[in-house]
Structure formats: C-alpha cells, structure tokens
Write a protein that binds this ligand. Sequence first.
Ligand code: G4P
Length: 530
Amino acid sequence: MSLESEIKKRRTFAIISHPDAGKTTLTEKFLLYGGAINLAGSVKGKKTAKHAVSDWMEIEKERGISVTSSVLQFNYEGYCINILDTPGHEDFSEDTYRTLMAADSAVMVIDASKGVEKQTIKLFKVCVMRHIPIFTFINKMDREANDPFELLDEIESVLGISTCPINWPIGCGKEFKGVYDRKEKNVSLFKAAMNGQKEVDTEIVDASDEAVFKDRIGDAFYDKLQEDIELLDGASAEFDQEMVSAGDLTPVFFGSALTNFGVQTFLEHFLSMTTSPLPRKSDQGIIDPFTEDFSAFVFKIQANMNKAHRDRIAFMRICSGKFEAGMEANHVQGGKKIRLSQPQQMMAEERHIVDEAYAGDIIGVFDPGIFSIGDTICKSNKKFAFEGIPTFAPEHFARVRQLDTMKRKQFIKGINQIAQEGAIQIFQEFNTGMEEIIVGVVGVLQFEVLEYRLKNEYGVDIRLEPLPYEHIRWIENPEEIDVNRIVGTSDMKKIKDLKGNPLLVFANSWSVNMVLERNEGLKLSEFGRN
Ligand code: G4P
C-alpha cells in the first residue's frame, strides 16, 4: 500500500468523559467491531485483568486504577483506528491533557442521567483550544435519562459549542424504544444485546409507514417523536461538516454502550465525519502528514516500566511520513542523531514491537533519558520543531520537605527527572533559590506517585505540606511589568518555574480578577509553554 493510502486510512482520536460515564465500555465495543478482542469486557476487567499490562506501577495495582493513559490500535472497514485512552479515575494527571495534543479529534461520552460533568468540562477546554472536532455520545439511554433537549441545552451553554443531533431517542430507561435517524428518517428499535455480543438484533423501521411504526412504539411515543422532530428541525443547528471540522459544532448521538445499542452507527458516522491525520504546525511552517520524511513529537514519557533497568518509554505521535524500526532521526532539542529502537505499539493493551508505523500512529520508543515532553524527532535535516505542548495548570500545590538532608543530590535529581517526565511541575519561591521546592499537580494522586517514586527509585523520603492554592496563572508579559511591584491579594503568592518564568498562585478564583484590576497592563494565562 502506498504511503498516501496508509496515512489516509488513519483516524486518531481520544475519548473524554467523566469517570463512570461509560468510556471503557464504549472503547470495548469499538474494539469488538474491529475484531481486536473477541469478547467485549476483556480489555479492562477492572481490578483484575488489566493489571497485567498497563498497570506498571505498584501504586496502580494497589488502587486498581490506571494512572497512565494507553493507546489502542485496530482496523475497521478499511480504517486504521488509534484510540487514545485516558485514565478514568478522578485523580487523573497532566498526561490526560497531553494525550489530547496527540489526537486529531475527540469523542465525548456523556452519561444521560448526569449531563455535562466536571472532568468533561476540563478536557473539553483543551479540545476547544486546539479546534479539533468533537463528537458526542450520550450514553446509558437504557436507564432513566434527562430530557434530551435539556441535555443539548446543557452542552451548548456549559461547553459553548453548537449541537447537531444525528439521531434522537424515543423514551428512556425501561421505556427506551430506540433512536430515530434524522437523515434516513427511520428508527432503530432497541433490543438489548447481551453484554459482549457483537451482532445486535437491530430492527429498522421506516418512520414514514405510520401504521407499522405506531404499532411498534405505541401512539404516545409516536406523537411525542413527531413533536420532537418538528422542534428539532426548527430549532437545532443544521449539520455542517466545516463547522464540525473546526470544532464549532458537535454531532450528537444517543445510545447505550453496555447493551451495544447505537455504537456501530456512531462509529460509522464518526469515521466518515473525521479526517485523516492533519497537518501540524512547526517553527518552519506547516508539516504535511503525507511528506516522505518521518517526523513525530513526544507527548508522554512513562518511566521505570521495568524496574531493574530504570528504563523509560517515550510515546510519540507520528506527524508525517513513515517510521521504520531502528531508523536514525534527528532529535531536534537534543541536537543529536539518534536511533529509534524498541518501537512499541499497544494492541488492546498488549505491548508489541512494531516494524513500521505511519503518520497518525502512536509509538513508544525506548528512552535512555534524553527526551522531554514536546520534543521533536525528524528525519529531515531541516530540523524543525513542532509547536510546544502547553503546560497545563496544576490545581494542587504542596511544599516538599526532604527528611534526610544528606540525600540532597538524589532528591534534586529525582524530583527533576520526575518533573521532566511531566508527572509534576516544580516551582520555587519567587525571590529565593532552590532550597524551597513547591510542587504543583493536576490530580492529587500525583503527590502519592511522587512520594512513592522518590522513595523507591531514589531512596529519598519526603514530607509534603499541602498549600491552599488552587489557581495558577503564568504572567504573559513579565518584560512589560515589574513583577516585584505587583499588587496582590492576601491569598496570592508569587512563584517561578524552573526556567525562572514568574507565576501567581491563588487560593480563590475571584482573586485572579481582583489582581488584574489592581495591576494595569498585567496579562495572565492559564497555560504555560514548554
Ligand atoms: P468509564 O470508563 O467512563 O469510567 O466508565 P465504564 O465504561 O467503566 O462504565 C461505568 C459503569 O457504567 C459500569 O458499571 C458500566 O457497566 C456502566 N455502563 C456503561 N455504559 C452503560 C450503558 O449504556 N447502560 C448502563 N445501564 N450502564 C452502562 P459498573 O457496575 O460500575 O462496572 P462493571 O462492574 O459493570 O464493570
């Protein structure tokens, strides 16, 4: 197959949701259609089976959760699909955000009885920042659900994106009758499939045959559906592929992942509405995915997968061309030519060695400690660098005290390496040196990870003293203002990152605006740049 057709058939997306909305269940059903697994439910048998592969750290085993995100690849109807899975636990980390940088589109799973939840909002913001297409799957229609119009209103008002329902539910819970396809003007009747069954008995009824249709769903549901359709046709946004591609309009689908209802239609519509790998911006202009030369950027570093060797795996998203195992390429930030060895890919959470991969794919390569998040690797001697990955705002802060002062060197080395992998961010007091270290994390679990790893990998004991700050802002224009003279609030603190960039942390969100009002010309940003 030619390079072009290999790349054209690729679709790389992330699934975002609040924990328990059904992301894992939906992913399993996708894999089932692709034949990547034989029985849905075997990808992550929660607390048991999944330990085998993805839970590389003790802490994950103890908790029965997955701290890191993984990548799954499967083929379906001529497409090669890469799903970037993100941790479903509340205590997710920056990894979750960064994973979205590697995706070309996102699938947002919403629990029909809960609507838009906190974690979805956070992840959604990153998708908006990147203007990637977002597809909505409203799940659990087999249970009592909120009114579908209210769900759409909520998505529009809370997330600020227009919605376009592709299908429409008829009833919910025990009275869930099925979904109406607005374009085809037919109805798929709901027949719950056994968990794990691939082929669902879906009966499709032509909605124009009033008598048959009424007979199947009953008069009351029939009348309600007619009313809903009229309302929808009058009020909701029309489908517009350009708006979808720009991330301004989200196609909405209703279904039930657990009972495998509406999943295949969703997958098929989704695949036809998303694009193959998109061009990416670099400091030397746009890089076309179809160019011969291989290029990629590192979006995640996973450390110590094998404790005996202290090895690290750098996960990279291929942005252009073809990757071949053992190939030599330029590591732009390191200023050296390197050989990319032990390339790995995940297939239904099993790691295996790959010989070749294409733009759109994610590979993990052995990292002898040279890569940082955001680094570019390219075959071309032009040595361009892809746009940096933003530093996402930590929401929890703690002062780190080292218990044995004799181990200062190990402590500094350990904490810096862990920060380099992007698991934590480290800061210092604005006007003093390295002796005071403040750690910021996106999810509180990372504090435990830090403590655990410093002890187990570097032999250093620490004590973490929680700080009350929850909001962080990078000062965008430090050259224009005198940071020392910023008029703050009582709950504000000035700190700096490792590069000396000044930042402000606040305990209360309202203080952010107060400080902006008090200091004319001050510009603050929620995202930093690597
Ligand atoms: P997550 O990855 O987003 O965290 O969610 P996950 O798929 O693990 O689903 C969370 C719970 O919701 C699971 O139940 C799952 O079976 C259930 N679920 C997912 N989709 C549907 C659906 O369409 N309808 C209904 N009724 N339930 C659904 P659990 O009891 O917490 O876990 P498990 O023991 O079944 O694995």
